[in-house]
Design a protein around this ligand. Sequence first.
Ligand code: ADP
Ligand code: MG
Length: 238
Amino acid sequence: MASVEIRDVRKAFGATQVIHGVSIDIVDGEFVILVGPSGCGKSTLLRMVAGLENVTGGEIRIGERVVNDVPPKERDIAMVFQNYALYPHMTVADNMAFSLKLRSAPKSEIEERVKKAADILGLGHLLERYPRQLSGGQRQRVAMGRAIVRNPQVFLFDEPLSNLDAKLRVQMRTEIKELHQRLKTTTVYVTHDQIEAMTMADKIVVMHDGIVEQMGAPLELYDRPANMFVAGFIGSPA
Ligand code: ADP
Ligand code: MG
């Protein structure tokens, strides 16, 4: 676990600035949700925390360490995307083991970590299957398993449920929250779904056009929206 500190972070692609001085403090073990309309900069911000995009200005700290110039592989972070491509030619077990193999972890440790992640996610009986033999929800669990085995300090989720049907989405929300209660890993979770934000977050950060409109506990935002944008966004049906 680690805190994540985003301090006056800016991002431009060429001449176009898309993130305008965003600051967010994320406490050790907190589950923070970035929410806002499509195109407001959620993924870009998350990718900067992961190191997949460089920052144009400001500072990102993970724990005590400023990571602006630290490559993704050296940040102790695991990311789960919306299009969580599993390796089709590898079994579930090998999909989960792959990133540990890349990091030259000892074989016995890999086996132990894969087994533990599989137990947590209810994948124990599916370890020898291939992705094509799994349901959508099972694939999503394998994608999470790949993140869990690394035992990272920080989880980053980018709209991980948006390709699932409504019923499964509700079930996976609960599973992700239970996972967080169990592992207490600091989590930054991006969604454009305000219901997801209201039901899952310790703290919600409402973004709009590259700025933070408001952040706070779900009920705080609901009871005291800072402006019309937040009120409209939080109050509107999914
Ligand atoms: P969100 O995830 O909230 O939908 P994004 O972070 O993907 O938003 O995008 C924020 C803005 O940055 C959008 O206007 C998008 O078009 C722009 N953008 C994102 N990535 C790039 C890129 N690689 N090059 C140019 N513009 C980009
Ligand atoms: Mg996005």
